[in-house]
Design a protein around this ligand. Structure first.
Ligand SMILES: Nc1nc2c(c(=O)[nH]1)N[C@H]1C(S)=C(S)[C@@H](COP(=O)(O)OP(=O)(O)OC[C@H]3O[C@@H](n4cnc5c(=O)[nH]c(N)nc54)[C@H](O)[C@@H]3O)O[C@H]1N2
Ligand SMILES: Nc1nc2c(c(=O)[nH]1)N[C@H]1C(S)=C(S)[C@@H](COP(=O)(O)OP(=O)(O)OC[C@H]3O[C@@H](n4cnc5c(=O)[nH]c(N)nc54)[C@H](O)[C@@H]3O)O[C@H]1N2
Ligand code: SF4
Ligand SMILES: [Mo]
Length: 760
């Protein structure tokens, strides 16, 4: 019997990144057993059923083990790394030099746990001279970020929703019992549900596992949240339930927004939203009077009609009664490892997309415009596309439009661990080492950072992304070799236990080597990184991250137990991170300092966003538009439900699912009866964009006229010689232009369709 080894890491299946312990058989590279890591400061041993199946991500038939190049007949041939890197670098340089770097775009950015590579990708983008990052985040959260930019002064303010600490909790358009989004979600929701002194309100069109735990379930009509939230704000303003002292101390603009909410016909709007007026009147009064109230929202209002307006109204709902910036309320925080930026508005000179003129938000561009930016004859259309850690050909809107657009590209490169649907569209495919074969990091949680050490050496033939980007830059002729002085200084520090040589060398390099800024991560990887060992050298860049954070937030770091001046704090942080296999709390909040995090000059929240107030008064017109659509198609498809066995498209082998293998469509009994559908029948969903076939299950969890299908299905998995598609991807039915006018986030929760039974 071969012996196994035990390693700490994090689950990569959702953004919580719970701590896990993996028992590995080094001989076979199999993950024999996965349990929760009790030492993880946040997850504390909690995992959900999905994490135990990570071996299906790590080991499967579609793992890539060699670079591939597409031949003229559309099939792929294996090529060696040097050839692949050399040819891709030449083609990138050729596109940049002939058409401009801005005609090359980067798509992806890490999914749920693959992030360190992104820093090195930034060096490649800098060398190419392109600001264009298309990201899955920009099909969900950018409306929120834009609103944060207006309210708090910066789009990239860290923002937290502590539903575990609040007395009154509203969950709107989120299903933490399945999708999590909240640490130890099932425990937190169960505790909330059981506690007679706390209240849980759930707003959802579907009677979800979370709704079943609620004290009050508000079953809104899909896509009508803007009317519901406006009605609640109307009640709040008209009954003067706002906290005037809070508004005076911490906000500006209440007098400007007040008239808009004084005019809301609250009863009519409740009726449009399909909810009981008495219920929302009670909820509004109670939330205003609660000692603490937290509000959690997610895709249910981000991927539906009026998405950016929803983000604004939802925030006013807790800001007006003063539930913000205290323990137990939503609040701002700090990022140790910032993944976002702040984009200026187009009229302030902010970068816009070349063809459609779309604004960037948080320095990201929305997937919904990507096909439009490629598939046209504009001189600045996208000609080169690098996709890393994303599978847009299944996950992003309008699969047919994407496939058509990709054909128009001069160069498409996909960097992935698996042969995905997107990889099949590419000219070159580069095999990455998995998230358990390289040093990686998890940091989406507040005040927290988890450096995940490799559990295995890279699978033969694969490379970690930091290495891929470094090689590409070298092959492009960029000066990324020139860091010997830094390396010497780092080694000197390591040997002498003195930490000053490296810092002085970095200061020196900053003045003498102008490229250090562009290639900083590589410089750190190749110097201080080398002292960490070959498999972990990519973590070298965290040295700089720690310096910047310590410089900005020394008091927050000290509250987490670190000591000394900002240099000492940075060194301690860096070393503690390197030596904490279960992750580290890097800082702690003190609410007395909270308002410094609001980035407007007066440190006050700016409540008035004229563009969204205009939108608010145009809701009646929006209703007419929706009603027209509803006439054309009888059903509202919620296209992308999170269930027990889906995890975006991170796990490809369908055998990982213990149930719901096909990802069935949920149909209300009345609708099923009308269309003569029995449990297990196959139905066709169709609209102008396309059609899919899907298995139906009948349940009153969805109301009449509403269908729900899961996200994360419809992948092709190799089965002997056959490629099987298991379940359907909703994105055959979604269109690029069915999206929010401002943030361009898709209306995936409001896909209008017809449903027919497939006659056999
Ligand atoms: N099991 C599992 N967990 C996951 C993922 C996964 O693939 N599988 N993916 C992860 C990712 S990337 C994300 S972004 C999160 C998303 O996490 P969530 O947003 O919590 O999950 P969803 O199921 O997409 O949608 C949330 C809820 O919105 C409701 N909804 C639909 N339409 C409307 C509407 O018009 N109004 C309101 N108020 N609600 C509506 C749905 O019924 C659903 O219950 O989940 C993460 N967690
Ligand atoms: N209709 C509809 N569409 C949706 C949604 C919906 O609700 N409805 N949800 C949307 C949401 S919220 C999201 S976040 C997106 C998710 O869509 P994507 O951003 O495409 O995310 P994943 O499916 O997680 O794809 C991650 C890819 O990264 C690869 N990968 C995993 N580990 C590594 C690694 O270490 N290195 C590299 N290079 N690659 C790796 C995986 O093999 C996979 O191909 O889907 C969106 N699409
Ligand atoms: S909640 Fe998310 S991170 Fe935690 S175990 Fe489940 S899928 Fe993994
Ligand atoms: Mo997501």
């Amino acid at each position: 019997m071969s012996s196994t080894t035990l390693h700490k890491s994090a689950c990569n299946l959702c953004s919580l990144n719970c701590g896990i312990e993996i028992e590995v058989n080094p001989a076979t590279r199999e993950f024999v057993k996965i349990t929760g890591d009790k030492d993880h400061p946040l997850s504390q041993g909690y995992i959900c059923q999905k994490a135990t199946r990570i071996n299906y991500y790590q080991n499967h038939k579609q793992r890539l083990t060699t670079p591939l190049r597409k031949k003229s007949d559309g099939t792929f041939e294996k090529i060696d790394w040097d050839t692949a890197i050399g040819e891709i670098a030449d083609q990138l340089v050729a596109i940049r030099d002939e058409h401009g770097g801005e005609t090359i775009a980067y798509a992806g950015g890490g999914g749920q746990g693959n992030h360190l590579g992104g820093v090195y990708a930034a060096s490649l983008r800098a060398a190419l001279g392109t600001p264009y990052i298309y990201s899955s985040l920009a099909q969900e959260k950018t409306g929120n970020f834009w609103v944060h930019g207006k309210l708090f002064g910066r789009q990239n303010t860290a923002y937290a929703e502590p539903i575990d600490e609040a007395e009154y909790v509203i969950i709107c358009g989120a299903n933490p019992m399945q999708a999590h989004g909240v640490q130890r979600a099932r425990r937190v929701i169960n505790e909330l549900s059981r506690d007679p002194d706390r209240t849980l309100v759930v707003i959802d069109p579907r009677n979800t596992d979370t709704a079943k735990k609620a004290d009050i379930f508000i079953q809104v009509i899909p896509g009508r949240d803007a009317w519901l939230l406006a009605s609640m704000l109307g009640i709040m303003v008209q009954e003067d339930l706002v906290d005037h002292q809070f508004l005076q101390e911490h906000t500006t603009g209440y007098s400007e927004i007040k008239p808009f909410f004084e005019q809301i016909p609250t009863k009519k709007y409740a009726e449009i939203a399909g909810v009981s007026y008495e219920t929302i009147e009670k909820v509004t009064r109670d939330l205003a009077n609660a000692k603490t109230m937290a509000f959690r929202s997610d895709l249910g209002i981000e991927m539906s009609y009026n998405s950016t307006l929803n983000a604004y109204l939802a925030r006013l709902l807790f800001l007006l009664p003063g539930h913000f910036g205290r323990k137990g309320t939503n609040h701002l925080s700090t990022w140790f490892f910032p993944v976002l930026g702040h984009s200026k508005e187009p009229e302030e000179g902010g970068v816009t997309a070349q063809v459609t003129g779309t604004r960037g938000i948080g320095k990201l561009f929305p997937p919904n415009i990507l096909p439009l930016e490629i598939d046209n004859d504009h001189p600045k259309r996208i000609r080169g596309l690098i996709v890393d850690s994303a599978n847009p050909a299944v996950n992003w809107a309008d699969i047919p439009a994407q496939k058509k657009a990709y054909k128009k590209l001069d160069l498409m490169v996909v960097i992935d661990v698996a042969m995905t649907e997107t990889a099949r569209e590419a000219h070159y495919v580069l095999p990455a080492s998995s998230q358990y074969e390289k040093v990686e990091a998890a940091f989406f949680q507040e005040n927290f950072f988890h450096l995940r050490k490799p559990v295995l050496h890279p699978l033969e033939g694969t490379l970690p992304e930091p290495e891929i980007y470094t090689r590409l830059l070298k092959a492009m002729g960029e000066p990324v070799n020139d860091f010997k002085d830094l390396e010497k200084a780092a080694i000197k520090d390591q040997v002498s236990n003195d930490k000053n040589n490296f810092q002085s060398a970095m200061i020196q390099a900053a003045t003498t080597q102008p490229t250090i800024k562009k290639f900083g991560p590589i410089a750190l990887k190749e110097s201080i990184g080398k002292t960490l060992g070959e498999d972990e050298k990519a973590a070298g860049m965290l040295w700089m991250t720690a310096q910047i954070y310590a410089n900005k937030y020394p008091a927050s770091i000290r509250r987490a137990g670190f000591e000394g001046n900002s240099n000492q704090l940075a060194e301690q942080l860096f070393n503690t991170i390197l030596n904490s296999p279960s992750g580290v709390r890097v800082s702690r909040n003190d609410y007395s300092e909270h308002w410094n995090l609001v980035r407007h000059k007066d440190n006050k929240i700016n409540l008035s966003i004229p563009m969204l107030l205009d939108w608010l008064i145009q809701l009646p017109g929006e209703l007419r538009r929706i009603e027209e659509l509803e006439k054309r198609y009888p059903f509202n498809l919620i296209a992308g439900e999170r269930r027990a066995y889906n995890a975006n498209t991170i796990i490809r082998n369908p055998e990982w699912r213990k149930k719901d293998a096909e990802g069935a469509l949920k149909v209300n009994p009345v609708d099923a009866q009308k269309a003569d559908i029995q449990n297990g029948d196959t139905v066709t969903l169709s609209n102008d964009n396309g059609s899919v076939r899907i298995l139906a299950i009948i349940t009153d969890e969805v109301p009449k006229g509403v269908l729900s299908m899961p996200h994360g299905h419809g992948m092709k998995y190799e089965d002997d010689d056959d490629y099987q598609t298991v379940g359907a991807s909703a994105n055959w039915l979604t269109s690029t232009d069915s999206c929010d006018p401002l943030a361009k986030t898709p209306y995936h929760k409001n896909v209008r369709v017809r449903m027919e039974k497939v006659q056999i």
